[in-house]
Design a protein around this ligand. Structure first.
Ligand SMILES: Nc1ncnc2c1ncn2[C@@H]1O[C@H](COP(=O)(O)OP(=O)(O)OP(=O)(O)O)[C@@H](O)[C@H]1O
Ligand SMILES: [Mg+2]
Length: 276
C-alpha cells in the first residue's frame, strides 16, 4: 500500500434542495489499495457521501456546501462525473441499475465507453469480466431486465469494472440478495482488491459482511460519522452490533469477549467520533 490515500474526504457538508441537510462534517480516508466500509442505517447518508465524491449529487439538487474531496491528491470537488470515470473513479449505484432493455453484454460494453478502447482491448476486458462472473457469460445475450437480482448486481459491478477503475464506490451490493450471492459478490470484490489493487469504498447496511472484507470502516448516523476504526474493532463494538448487526445475535460475528478492549480503541458512538 502506498502512503498517499487514493481518496480523502475532509469535513464535507451536503444539503439537498438548498435546505435539507444530509451530511455534516463528514471526513474519511480510503488508503490506496484498501477496502473501506461505510456503514449506517436507512437515511444515514451513505449514498449521499458516495454521490458527493462522484459528483452525482447535483443531479438530485444536492450541493456540497463545505469541505474538500481529493482523489489521488487532486481536488475533485468540481470535476464532472465522466471525467472522474476517465481518471479511474467509478460508482456502482444503489439498486443495481442496469439498462433493462439492453443485453448483459451491451450493458458491459457501455462501461468501457469512457476509455474508448480498440476492439481487441474491449474483447479482452469482456473476457476478464466473464472470468470474474462466469454466470454473466452464460447470460450474455439475455436482456438485463430479465436476469436475476444477483446477476443484475454482477452486471452493474462488471460495467463499472469495464472502465478499469482504480477506486470503486460500491453502494449496497448486498441489498435484497440471497446470502450465497452476497458472498460471491464480496469474494469478487476481495479478488479485485487483492489481485488488481482496486480500492473500494463500500456502503453497506450489512455491517457483518462488509467488515469481514474491509480493513477499516466508518459508521454514519444522521449525516455524521459516529464511529470509525479498524474492521475487527468495529465488529466488536456493542453499539454498532446493536444498531446494525441485529442486536448481537449469537453467531453473527462470534466475538463479544473483546468488546471492552475494542471499544477503548474506537472513536465515536454517542459523542465525538471515536477511532481505533
Ligand atoms: N434527492 C434527495 N433529495 C432530498 N433529500 C434526500 C435526497 N436523497 C437523500 N436525501 C436525504 O438525505 C439523507 C441521507 O440519505 P442517503 O440516501 O444518503 O442515506 P443512505 O445511508 O444511503 O440510506 P439507505 O441505506 O436507505 O440507502 C436522508 O435524510 C434522505 O432522506
Ligand atoms: Mg443509500
Amino acid at each position: 500500500m502506498s502512503a498517499a490515500p487514493i481518496l480523502q474526504v475532509e469535513d464535507i457538508a451536503v444539503t439537498y434542495s438548498q435546505l435539507i441537510p444530509a451530511l455534516r462534517g463528514v471526513s474519511l480516508t480510503v488508503p490506496s489499495g484498501a477496502i473501506v466500509a461505510l456503514l449506517g442505517g436507512n437515511g444515514a447518508g451513505k449514498t449521499t457521501t458516495l454521490k458527493a465524491v462522484s459528483n452525482l449529487i447535483r443531479a438530485e439538487r444536492g450541493e456540497l456546501t463545505s469541505g474538500r474531496i481529493a482523489y489521488r491528491g487532486d481536488a475533485i470537488t468540481d470535476a464532472a462525473p465522466w471525467t472522474l470515470a476517465e481518471r479511474g473513479l467509478v460508482q456502482v449505484l444503489e439498486g443495481r441499475r442496469c439498462f433493462a432493455h439492453l443485453s448483459v453484454e451491451e450493458n458491459l460494453r457501455l462501461g468501457a465507453f469512457v476509455r474508448r478502447p480498440d476492439r481487441a482491448d474491449l474483447e479482452a476486458d469482456l473476457e476478464r469480466i466473464y472470468g470474474l462472473f462466469p454466470r454473466l457469460k452464460e447470460r450474455r445475450k439475455a436482456l438485463a431486465g430479465y436476469t436475476s437480482g444477483g446477476e443484475q448486481q454482477m452486471v452493474a459491478i462488471g460495467r463499472a469494472l469495464m472502465a478499469r477503475p482504480a477506486l470503486v464506490l460500491l453502494d449496497e451490493p448486498s441489498m435484497g440478495l440471497a446470502p450465497q450471492v452476497v458472498e460471491e459478490i464480496f469474494e469478487t470484490v476481495a479478488a479485485l482488491n487483492r489481485d488488481d489493487g482496486v480500492s473500494f469504498l463500500l456502503a453497506e447496511q450489512n455491517a457483518t459482511i462488509a467488515l469481514r472484507y474491509a480493513q477499516s470502516g466508518y459508521v454514519l448516523e444522521g449525516g455524521r460519522v459516529v464511529a470509525h476504526g479498524k474492521a475487527d474493532a468495529l465488529l466488536e463494538l456493542d453499539a454498532l452490533r446493536d444498531a446494525y448487526l441485529g442486536g448481537g445475535k449469537p453467531g453473527t460475528n462470534g466475538a463479544r469477549a473483546g468488546s471492552r478492549r475494542a471499544r477503548a480503541g474506537v472513536e465515536g458512538v454517542g459523542g465525538a467520533a471515536r477511532s481505533v
